[in-house]
Ligand binder design. Structure first.
Ligand SMILES: Nc1ncnc2c1ncn2[C@@H]1O[C@H](COP(=O)(O)OP(=O)(O)OP(=O)(O)O)[C@@H](O)[C@H]1O
Ligand SMILES: [Mg+2]
Length: 232
């Protein structure tokens, strides 16, 4: 579904991503875990076209999308839920969802109903300004907005950030159900514990390089991952 080959990203002279390669197969949940500054967000931004890589190729469903604009990548089926949610605070919940669908010409009322079924709280709050939502609700809105584009691949950047454990569990249950309904997921997380529980496969990123990869259940058992990311 998604193939990344020898991707490198620079910020001036800083080499934030150093030639990483990975792939996400159709139907999988793949997680990219790593500490602060490892390059997780930068990788997702390069995938979705928000940051131009200095080298490498990104292939979506067999087609090279490296040179495409961010909008064209959305049209091809890739949606990005950014770190920090980035909802539009002065617009209503409904308006935020409408913006998620703005590249589509085939939007029907049922698309909103689908999002509202997945996130009933958004339905209750549809006329409320998004900036007044709680952190968890904003995360749901950011995910709902991305789903309005009907993605084949959903890129999620730290959906657990700043949320209480119970809410994190709820969000992750929803990610699993979105995946079961047919959307491939690339999940970036600092919370390796929960990410490894729902992912099929995982890549560990350290200072811009992939240092470990494999089935999520196997990685969760390795000494290195346990010590560095799972607290013993
Ligand atoms: N706009 C920028 N300008 C300069 N350096 C940047 C910029 N964005 C990121 N970096 C650097 O790139 C590296 C990777 O940052 P990135 O945000 O991708 O890490 P991360 O893994 O997402 O971290 P976190 O878990 O804290 O979100 C860091 O060293 C960071 O300082
Ligand atoms: Mg980040």
């Amino acid at each position: 579904m998604l193939e990344v080959r020898d991707l490198a990203v620079h910020f001036g002279v800083i080499n934030a991503i150093k030639s990483i390669s990975f792939e996400v197969n159709e139907g999988e949940i793949v997680t990219l875990i790593g500490a602060n500054g490892a390059g997780k967000t930068t990788t997702l931004r390069a995938l979705s076209g928000l940051k131009t890589p200095s080298a490498g190729t990104i292939t979506l469903e067999g087609r090279d999308i490296t040179a495409l604009s961010a909008q064209d990548r959305v049209r091809r089926g890739m949606s990005h839920v950014p770190e920090g949610r980035r909802i539009f605070p002065d617009m209503t919940v409904l308006e935020n969802l409408e913006l998620g669908a703005f590249l589509r010409k085939d939007v029907v009322a049922g698309d909103y109903d689908e999002v509202y079924q997945r996130f009933p709280i958004l339905s209750e709050r549809r006329r409320q300004l998004a900036g007044t939502l709680s952190g968890g609700e904003q995360q749901m809105l950011a995910m709902g907005r991305a789903l309005m584009a009907k993605p084949k691949v959903l890129l999620l950047d730290e959906p657990s950030m700043g949320l209480a454990p119970l809410l994190v569990q709820e969000i992750f249950d929803i990610i699993v159900s979105i995946n079961k309904a047919g959307t491939t997921v690339l999940l970036v997380e600092q919370n390796a514990n929960i990410a490894l529980q729902i992912a099929n496969r995982a890549y560990v990123l350290e200072t811009g390089s992939v240092v470990l990869s494999g089935p999520a259940s196997e990685l969760a058992e390795t000494e290195e991952v346990r010590r560095a990311y799972l607290g013993g």
